[in-house]
Design a protein around this ligand. Sequence first.
Ligand code: NCD
Length: 310
Amino acid sequence: MVGLIRKDLLSMQELASDDIRLILDTAESMKDVARRDIKKVPTLRGKTVINLFYEPSTRTRTSFEIAGKRLSADVINISTSASSVTKGEGLKDTGLTLQAMHPDIVVIRHPAAGAAEFLARRLAASVINAGDGAHEHPSQALLDLFTIREKLGRLEGLKAAIVGDIAHSRVARSNIDGMRKMGIEVRVAGPQTMLPRFIERLGVEVFTNLDRAIGEVDVIMMLRLQTERQQAGLFPSLREYSRLFGLTAERMKAAKPNVLVMHPGPINRGVEIAPDVADGPYSLIPNQVENGLAVRMALLYIFAGGGQAG
Ligand code: NCD
């Protein structure tokens, strides 16, 4: 295996900028496969990928599944409502059960921070964290970096604003780390109640005013309100939140004319982002989804023991 010499992908924190570059370059070759007439290569024939999802997911689960299939791996999806988890089996026992089937890669999404690491310590298989609580979501940060690099041709020297429910967002945490490693200056903006205390220690500039935060940046990354992780009372009403922190066409006037707008999805239309902005010319939301597939193909390839794709 070239470059990355670790068993698991648990966080952006553990990746060096060279590792990130290797993954993005590999994803570029993978993107070519997706454009072919026959979108399947034999690279991971005989390898088994298990998608173990304890939380709802559309984009992430489907793209890991399609990514595995395009590389000819056998892909098994386990969602908790259809597994023994509903009978009370804990993560450790589920892990041991999976281990007995000798998978090569286990992709896990779980509501508890640290769940991916817990599993990684117990499995011989490579574990890829597809989101653990409010902690990390490395494949999302990688696809976001890929999308920015593809659009602007570079990462170094850019400025990005990450806006919204920073405190509950694993996407924010992984992106702050990944962006900074790649030389992007990062601002975060949101209501005080959704900004973690001491967030500036992560090396970001902090704003509580959206218009000020989005001035001068090259990328605006909007986040979904993670109501499933919030305690009540973080803001007076959705309308109030949207008035102060929703990205509307009117608000975009405070931004650079060619600014890029991103959102990991699922979006709350009309709450954190107006429909005409989400579907508008600056929006990279569909590109993020498309690139998610290429990046996840690259991750499966690299973590199943491949080198850089030729
Ligand atoms: C994100 C997640 O699950 O953390 N979604 C995703 O993976 N595309 C963001 C979110 O749920 O808001």
